[in-house]
Design a protein around this ligand. Structure first.
Ligand SMILES: CC(C)(COP(=O)(O)OP(=O)(O)OC[C@H]1O[C@@H](n2cnc3c(N)ncnc32)[C@H](O)[C@@H]1OP(=O)(O)O)[C@@H](O)C(=O)NCCC(=O)NCCS
Length: 165
C-alpha cells in the first residue's frame, strides 16, 4: 500500500467498518513506518487485475517480537474467493521477516467469518477485550499465533502432524 492507495482504501474501509472506520490520518501514520530499513509495518493491497480496482487490503505492525494484525478487509463481491487468505499469508511472511515470535489480533466476537479464516492459520483464542469496539460496545476476541508454527500448511494445527520415522 502506498499513499496514493489511501483514498480507495478508505472507501472500502467505510463500506466494511461503517461504525469505526479508520481515518486517512491513521493510514498515513501507519504507512510512515512501512518503508526503509527500520520499517515496523507491512501494508498491502490487492488489485483486481482487469481494472486495477483495490479489492482488499491488510496491515501488520511489529513491536519487539510481537506482531499485530492491524486491519484486513476484502470487498464483499470477492468474499470467499481466497483473497483474505492471501492477504493474511503475506502479513505472516512479513511477521517472520520482522522476527516476530507471535502475532496477535483482535476480532469482533460476532465476526465468525474472520475468526474461521484466522483459525485456518492456527490462530487460537486467548482472551477477550470487553467493549473494545466503540461506539457499539462490542467485545473483541483476542487471538494469537506462534510464528514458528507458521511453516505449516493451514489446517495442519497441533496434533495433526504425521510422524515420519
Ligand atoms: C474476513 C475477510 C477479510 C475474509 O476475506 P475472504 O476473502 O472472504 O477470505 P477467504 O476467501 O480467504 O476465506 C473465507 C472463506 O472462503 C473460503 N474460500 C477460500 N477460497 C475459496 C474459493 N476459491 N472458493 C470458495 N471458497 C473459498 C475459505 O475456505 C473460507 O471459508 P472457511 O473459513 O469457512 O474455510 C472478509 O470477509 C472481510 O473483509 N470481512 C469484513 C471485514 C472484516 O471483518 N475484517 C476482519 C476484521 S478482524
Amino acid at each position: 500500500m502506498r499513499w496514493w492507495d489511501i483514498d480507495p482504501v478508505l472507501e472500502l474501509e467505510h463500506e466494511l467498518f461503517p461504525e469505526d472506520a479508520w481515518s486517512a490520518g491513521m493510514f498515513w501514520s501507519e504507512l510512515a513506518h512501512a518503508r526503509g530499513p527500520g520499517a515496523t509495518r507491512r501494508y498491502v493491497v490487492a488489485e483486481e487485475p482487469a481494472t486495477g480496482r483495490i479489492v482488499g487490503y491488510a496491515g501488520l505492525a511489529a513491536a519487539g517480537d510481537l506482531g499485530d494484525v492491524q486491519t484486513i478487509g476484502v470487498t464483499r463481491d470477492h468474499w470467499g474467493g481466497g483473497l483474505g487468505f492471501e492477504l493474511l499469508t503475506d502479513l505472516l511472511k512479513h511477521a517472520t521477516a520482522f522476527e516476530c515470535s507471535a502475532v496477535l489480533l483482535e476480532v469482533r466476537v460476532d465476526n465468525t467469518r474472520a475468526q474461521k479464516l484466522y483459525e485456518r492459520f492456527g490462530f487460537e483464542p486467548i482472551g477477550f477485550r470487553r467493549g473494545y469496539y466503540q461506539p457499539g460496545n462490542i467485545d473483541a476476541l483476542v487471538m494469537r499465533l506462534h510464528v514458528q508454527e507458521h511453516g505449516q500448511e493451514p489446517g495442519q494445527e497441533h496434533g495433526q502432524e504425521t510422524e515420519t520415522d
